[in-house]
Design a protein around this ligand. Sequence first.
Ligand SMILES: C[S@@+](CC[C@H](N)C(=O)[O-])C[C@H]1O[C@@H](n2cnc3c(N)ncnc32)[C@H](O)[C@@H]1O
Length: 221
Amino acid sequence: MKRPKNCERNLPMKKKAHIYIVGMGPGNPDYLTPKAKEIIENSDVLMGGRRHLKDTRHYGKEERSIEGDFQGVVTYIQEQAAKRKISVLVSGDPGFYSMLGYLKRHLQDIEMDVIPGISSMSYLSSRLGETWHEDAYVSLHGKEEHLQQAVKNKNKVFVLTDATHTPNELAKALKDYGFENKMMIVGENLSYEEEKITKIPLKEWRDRQWSNLNTVVIADE
Ligand SMILES: C[S@@+](CC[C@H](N)C(=O)[O-])C[C@H]1O[C@@H](n2cnc3c(N)ncnc32)[C@H](O)[C@@H]1O
């Protein structure tokens, strides 16, 4: 049976302020969904990191940077969401290591429309021409998490890196853990013109300069 709009499970109707959490895909507008574009076009304010605000500047919307200041984002949304149409832009898919979880915990009175996007992980899998349903995913973004376990148990492990946990650091850790026979694939600037995908067996690894925007796959050689 069709439920009336705004009436979930017969709860009393209550109009909540609401925002959009928009998955921006890997970055190139060719990989931004038409739905995400429509939401951005209809927004008053775009909140996002420097990269996403730059990529959406041509929409001519008010911009609010969220670099690192998550509490500031929460306060702004609490104050403005009832008055203005706010979209929070996150990279890839909002369901995969984004600030969606944080926003849900801290903004329980705000309704959120989550717009899916193409994850860096699914984009890189496609570029490699491979499936990803049996792989493991680890984010070194802020916290180190089950890396050894995942590399031991899975043929392919996707790793989201950050400024501290670089591919060089990762290669060193993997060698220390005894995974010399694995190979690392580094996908830099995925989907952009400067995209580069490099495959290196760990045995032959030499530290080098990588773009800060990269996703790594650890695979069997
Ligand atoms: C906070 S995580 C967000 C992941 C995102 N929700 C997703 O689905 O891909 C950010 C990390 O995603 C990866 N990433 C996002 N866009 C990328 C791109 N265009 N090229 C390479 N890696 C990317 C990088 O490892 C970056 O540090």
